[in-house]
Design a protein around this ligand. Structure first.
Ligand code: 7UC
Ligand code: FE
Length: 292
């Protein structure tokens, strides 16, 4: 069965893909899905509940270069390319890391080579309010007052994982200073242009986040980072800012998003019910920005 891609309506996030089967899809279909991610920022592939971990990795490989997370404690036991967010033990053993990504960010924004695509599959959906929040950072830049946008253009932002680096089981009883030093050496702060130009769509994107961006190194105004984060909605603790979109997951979906254009934030429910997801991160054949 060939795939069908339905473009979203104006107020919706994401194109809908139906009829996808990783073992039957043609190169043209993978190319069409990749184009839809660039065109619409996010696609939702329906009815993927039966895909195996290796099939999931295969999907990633068809879109680009799959890169495993740099900290092995997140890896899926059979498929290390898969990042597991989970609070559900398997055979009495911890798998992956619970409560990941609960802060505004783009995946690997703190690394020299952030990903083009994030591929996300909820495995055990929590009860209640669930989903991922997104902000389209190209639209958010367009909506900024011209003065604020101009102040950001031409500057460079420094990003680090410092505030969200997770202590590993192997760190127990180690001196904190040693753990911090090691984390800083593995992932030293990285600088990217504050406004990047998408290599495929040509759009300008405000490339900062509340979770990973530490400073705008060459800003004239020391409040610039704060003012930008506030204006785009990343400081809104009520999540009612008009830029904030929510994707509520339905069982069996796989969601793929453009990790240059969208910032995201996991929405973790407050109770401790079971929750688990699989994620792949993929580079495409382009640099982060054509102005790099
Ligand atoms: O545990 C986490 O929240 C992972 C985060 C620090 N990094 C995800 C990423 O791909 O940048
Ligand atoms: Fe993330």
């Amino acid at each position: 069965m060939p795939i069908t891609i339905t473009a979203p309506t104006e107020d919706q996030l994401g194109a809908i893909v139906t009829g996808f089967d990783v073992s039957a899809a043609t190169d043209e279909e993978f190319a069409a899905m990749k184009k839809a991610v660039y065109d619409h920022r996010l696609i939702v592939i329906k009815d993927q509940q039966d895909i195996s971990p290796s099939g999931f990795v295969e999907l990633g490989r068809k879109l680009g270069t799959v890169v495993p997370y740099y900290e092995p404690m997140y890896h899926h036991p059979e498929e290390p390319d898969i990042f597991v967010s989970s609070n559900v033990p398997v055979d009495g053993k911890r798998v992956g890391v619970p409560k990941t990504g609960k802060f505004w960010h783009a995946d690997y924004q703190f690394k020299p080579e952030p990903f083009a695509f994030t591929i996300f599959a909820p495995k055990i959906l929590p009860e209640g309010n669930r989903g991922t929040f997104f902000i389209d950072m190209a639209r958010a830049l367009e909506k900024l007052p011209a003065e604020l946008a101009d102040a950001a253009r031409g500057t460079h932002a420094t990003h680090s994982v410092r505030r969200f680096f997770k202590i590993r089981p192997t760190d127990v009883f180690r001196p904190l200073g040693e753990v911090v030093r090691e984390a800083e050496e593995t992932s030293p702060p990285t600088t990217h242009p504050t406004v990047i130009t998408h290599p495929v769509t040509g759009e300008e994107i405000l490339y900062i986040s509340e979770g990973f961006t530490d400073s705008i190194a060459d800003a004239d105004d020391e409040n610039l980072l704060h003012d930008l984060l506030e204006a785009v909605g990343m400081l809104d603790e009520t999540f009612t800012h008009p830029n904030i979109l929510k994707h509520p997951y339905v069982p069996g979906e796989i969601v793929i998003w453009d990790n240059r254009a969208l910032c995201h934030r996991a929405l973790h429910v407050t109770h401790d019910g079971p929750a688990a997801s699989h994620r792949l991160t993929v580079l495409d054949e382009h640099p982060l920005s054509v102005t790099d």
